[in-house]
Design a protein around this ligand. Structure first.
Ligand SMILES: *[C@@H]1O[C@H](CO)[C@@H](O)[C@H](O)[C@H]1NC(C)=O
Ligand SMILES: *[C@@H]1O[C@H](CO)[C@@H](O)[C@H](O)[C@H]1NC(C)=O
Ligand SMILES: *[C@@H]1O[C@H](CO)[C@@H](O)[C@H](O)[C@H]1NC(C)=O
Length: 566
């Protein structure tokens, strides 16, 4: 560099005329850019650095290193999960972790294998991944058992395939596990699958049908919609969807468009959520969607409003698409505004502190739901995703109020975990709102619920644990973004409880009752998100903070990492 500087300096000294020309040229270009900016203002979501974004905590001072022993325990849990499945249910969608049986819940392509592959890759479990790649290459996505659910198929299968391609493209997967030719075949599989899903988007609005029949290549309603001669049996005129079903395909399809150069995927998934993002229907709360929504007209035909199951990942993707997409995307500012409005609406209208209970004076922040005029003081485990997502937004969009809100919500979810006898939180719970809601919907009904309420300030309304990731997912975001050690401790406590109570002869079982320490507590089910998300987020929390950094990767709603290309 010094050589270069000397060279240019002496050049200008010798020829002052050329430095004048240079100055004039710079002025002309600057003027041109200013005029152009007035004609076509560029959308600036934020002044993002050229590559990636500054999301993670920066002043680690040595604390961001891996906690090797803990990381190894989680990796061992993944190995156990993989090998039990490999030995007893290979190729089926899921293993039954208690009996060793199998189930075909996701059209029979081996959901576990596709969904868990990005976890294997991040953990460097290469023998395991090599087996998975072999299976993946042999899948025939043109044939499906049963009707196909475009939402589940996009997030589990399409996302799983694309994430493997992404991880390979950055050099994370060694050549003896995957090579160029196999990588291209996996991408071809993704294209085949996306083409088979295409009839989903054949509606007047572009919103997806709830199901696709791969034989007839037609969109179909789901079972809850009765196409009967008897119109009384039909709740709505047309099939309806919740926001998550129509608003959780844009990340996967944008990545597919980037990898193939074919615009149709990004375009169709943008049209699919357009009736929600650019809604022409008035709803009472800024940014928040009323649901369900009629897929033929785009009209909200119900008045349900919340961030819980069925609505959740629409809001998640509003934020994440602004992280994933290149800043030149013309819609990013709309997505950002819509996200922020809905996050502030959530905070203002649906968040509620629990009133102190006789044996538990602390108050905790939860988020409820609204149905028309009725506030529902109930929250589900799924809604615990909100703290991680809102924390991510608070960092990316520089919103300190949202940070406080997100961390308070996380404390609430933590409280549901630490209050039960297994130290795992329930599927849904209720609380007595401290103020603001005159007539809450739920009160403790049974003696047991009253006892739980007295002891902890909330009571379980569904006490199962379904292997879900949302709490540990949010702990992962909290650890990486705040750098506060306690989130790692909370994650470890959750993992120890899962190891103790869920580990079964053939995998990790779900629990019938998180308050039950008895023997018959296992439920013979293990969903693929256990490996795709729960174990991945736990492991990443104990790994070095540079592994799958939030500055470079965006995690899909199924936990699949995609490259941030900015
Ligand atoms: C960084 O870590 C060192 C050694 O652990 C410690 O002495 C120092 O006070 C720390 N600095 C900050 C700013 O936390
Ligand atoms: C899968 O389950 C069916 C019964 O549901 C059983 O007949 C079959 O043997 C199982 N396959 C394996 C590999 O265990
Ligand atoms: C895109 O959407 C159109 C309907 O607008 C549909 O006909 C087409 O099959 C879809 N293609 C893909 C690849 O999704």
């Amino acid at each position: 560099m010094p050589g270069f500087r000397r060279w240019s300096k002496s050049k200008f000294e010798r020829n002052p005329e050329s430095s004048f020309k240079l100055l004039a040229a710079v002025l002309v270009i600057t003027l041109y850019l200013i005029i152009k900016e007035f004609q076509h203002p560029t959308v600036r979501v934020r002044d993002a650095p050229a590559f990636g974004a500054q999301i993670q905590h920066t002043r680690w001072n040595g604390t961001g290193k891996a906690q090797e022993t803990r990381a190894k325990h989680v990796r061992d849990a993944m190995k156990y999960t993989f090998w039990k499945y490999r030995e007893n249910a290979w190729g089926y969608d899921d293993i039954l972790p208690v009996s060793g049986g199998n189930s075909t819940s996701r059209n029979g392509w081996g959901a576990f294998i596709v969904d868990s592959a990005s976890t294997l890759a991040l953990m460097g479990l290469w023998d395991e991944l090599a087996h998975s790649v072999e299976h993946i290459l042999a899948i025939d996505f043109t044939e499906a058992q049963d009707l196909v659910d475009p939402f589940e198929t996009t997030i589990r299968y399409l996302g799983g395939l694309l994430s493997i391609v992404e991880l390979y493209d950055v050099g994370l997967i060694p050549e003896d596990v995957l090579h160029d030719e196999a990588r291209d075949l996996i991408l071809e599989h993704a294209v085949t699958l996306a083409q088979k899903l295409a009839p989903a988007y054949d509606t007047p609005t572009g919103m997806p049908w709830p199901r696709v029949d791969f034989d007839t290549e037609q969109g179909e309603p789901d079972a809850s919609f009765v196409f009967d001669d008897d119109p009384n049996k039909q709740e709505y005129d047309h099939p309806v969807v919740g926001p998550a079903r129509t608003g959780s395909s844009i990340l996967e399809n944008r990545v597919l468009t980037r990898l193939t150069g074919n615009d149709v995927y990004a375009r169709n998934s943008t049209l699919a959520w357009a009736p929600l993002v650019w809604s022409k229907w008035t709803t009472p709360w800024a940014g928040m969607v009323d649901a369900p929504v009629d897929i033929m007209t785009g009209a909200p035909v119900g008045r349900s409003r919340h961030w819980d199951g069925g609505h959740d990942s629409f809001y998640e993707y509003l934020l994440k698409v602004t992280l994933l997409a290149p800043p030149s995307d013309p819609h990013l500012d709309v997505y950002k505004k819509r996200f922020l409005k809905s996050a502030y609406s959530l905070r203002r209208h649906l968040s509620s502190r629990s009133a102190p209970a006789p044996d538990h004076l602390m108050q905790h922040l939860f988020i409820g739901r609204q149905d028309d005029k009725q506030y529902e003081n109930q929250m589900g485990h799924l809604a615990c995703f909100a703290s991680g997502t809102i924390l991510l937004a608070s960092k990316f969009y520089d919103q300190p109020y949202l940070r406080t809100f997100a961390l308070a919500l996380l404390e609430g979810c933590h409280h549901t975990y630490t209050s039960t006898t297994t130290k795992i939180g329930p599927e849904t719970w209720s609380w007595v709102p401290k103020f603001g809601y005159d007539e809450p919907l739920f009160f403790p009904e049974s003696e047991r619920q009253r006892e739980e309420a007295l002891a902890s300030g909330f009571w379980s309304t569904d006490s199962q644990y379904k292997g879900r990731p949302e709490y540990v997912e949010s702990l992962f975001y909290a650890w990486r973004i705040t750098g506060e050690q306690r989130y790692r401790e909370w994650a470890w406590e959750a993992f120890e409880a899962m190891e103790k109570h869920c580990k079964a002869p053939f995998g990790y079982a779900q629990l019938a009752d998180v308050y039950d320490l008895g023997d018959s507590n296992w439920v013979d089910m293990q969903e693929s998100y256990w490996a795709a998300e729960t174990l991945k987020y736990l492991w990443l929390t104990f790994e070095d903070v540079e592994v799958a950094s939030l500055d470079s990767w965006v995690f899909s709603t199924e936990g699949h990492p995609f490259r941030m290309i900015r």
